[in-house]
Write a protein that binds this ligand. Structure first.
Ligand SMILES: *Cc1c(COP(=O)(O)O)cnc(C)c1O
Length: 365
């Protein structure tokens, strides 16, 4: 008997999520030091001082369970976005909420619709349920909302849209997403994943759409611009009845007390977000210019990362960059075998990546 044979077939078929390579792991494997990681779209600045302060204060309460309802964080978010706490569902990262949405609304007989080159977690949560993934072809690496509309069937229960999208960085005009929502039956849940919203210069407040569209769930995170990736805290904003449903299946203490305290402090420090945005804009220009100078083409990105076409085998370039102590992210698992995704780092990190890439490409040529 093979113990794997008694696991559910949809689970056996899953290819696990591949995270960015941790710095410690690379340095252990190669016996090197001073590596840099531009692989997981983290904030390169380090945490806001307000977060460090909140974390040290939270230490004293570590023997207590966290507030399972996240009262203070929900109150702060509600105030910040002019919504009600009842619309908010907190998650262990926004990935947690993406999964809660799928588990709440989708059965094994249903279809989940998303775009080619969409975030890897969408197929994962779909497969975990045993539902069918329907993948709409992309247009210029971005979501093609018309193609997606055509693929909505009687079985479609949930649609994932990331704006900006990861790993491509492409954006949709908010007006186009609004028009898409008007076309979708109100019995189909639409998850709008705004993990990179803070970078995107978006002037439309998508939360306003919730009054008209009870089938809309908007997810956001503290992992990217807010710089709290390690703490695992994200949330969704939805109709209160949707939040009530999600709440029934989430783990009672899915967000720990450090994450709650840090996120509340991070939200209050909007100067940090401003600074993050400026640093990112500058770093994006630095990487775009540097990559174009190397004769490479990039996908225009509104996130804190950029996908660059490095030629035939990006996996090889990725490996060679590791030898130089530079961690990037190959995205062949997304069907983009010639692209590397590079997170925007500090100016020195961006420069080091560019010169390492130059060396690597010359050696391969
Ligand atoms: C990073 C990311 C998330 C959020 O991840 P969490 O750390 O779980 O909040 C969600 N969606 C996309 C598209 C992402 O790239």
């Amino acid at each position: 008997m093979n113990i794997r044979d008694i696991a559910l077939k949809n689970i056996t078929a899953i290819r696990p999520y591949q995270p960015g390579k941790p710095i410690d792991e690379l340095e252990r494997e190669l016996g090197i030091e001073h590596s840099i990681k531009l692989a997981s779209n983290e904030n390169p600045q380090g945490p806001s001082p307000a977060v460090v302060d909140a974390l040290s204060k939270a230490v004293a309460d570590v023997t207590r369970y966290p507030d399972g309802n996240g009262f203070a964080l929900k109150k702060a978010l509600a105030h910040f976005y002019q919504i009600t706490p009842e619309q908010i569902t907190l998650g262990n990262g926004s990935n947690d909420v993406l999964e809660l949405a799928a588990r709440t609304f989708v059965s094994a007989q249903d279809e989940v619709l998303f775009s080619q080159y969409a975030f890897a977690v969408y197929p994962l949560v779909t497969q975990a349920i045993g539902a069918t993934a329907v993948i709409a072809p992309a247009k210029e690496y971005g979501h093609d909302l018309d193609a997606m509309t055509t693929l909505v069937s009687d079985k479609t229960k949930l649609i994932f849209i990331a704006n900006p999208n990861n790993p491509t960085g492409t954006v949709l005009a908010p007006e186009a997403i609004k028009a898409f929502l008007e076309q979708i039956p109100d019995t189909v849940i639409v998850v709008l994943d705004e993990a990179y919203l803070e970078y995107a210069d978006q002037r439309v407040n998508t939360l306003d759409w919730l009054t008209e569209h009870a089938n809309l769930i908007i997810t956001r995170t503290f992992s990217k611009a807010y710089g709290l990736a390690s703490l695992r805290v994200g949330y969704s904003v939805s109709h209160p009845d949707v939040a009530d449903m999600l709440n029934r299946i989430r783990q009672p203490f899915n967000v720990n007390s450090f994450a709650l305290a840090a996120a509340t402090a991070a939200l209050a420090d909007q100067a940090y977000i401003e600074q993050t945005k400026q640093l990112n804009d500058k770093g994006m220009r630095q990487l775009e210019n540097g990559l174009h100078d190397l004769g490479l083409s990039t996908i225009p990105s509104k996130g804190n990362f950029i996908a660059v076409d490095v030629g035939l085998q990006a996996d090889k370039v990725f490996q060679a960059l590791l030898q130089q102590g530079v961690i990037t992210r190959p995205i062949s698992n997304y069907g983009l075998p010639r692209h590397l995704r590079v997170s925007i780092g500090l100016p020195t990190e961006n420069a080091r990546f560019l010169s390492a890439l130059k060396v690597v490409l010359e050696a391969i040529a």
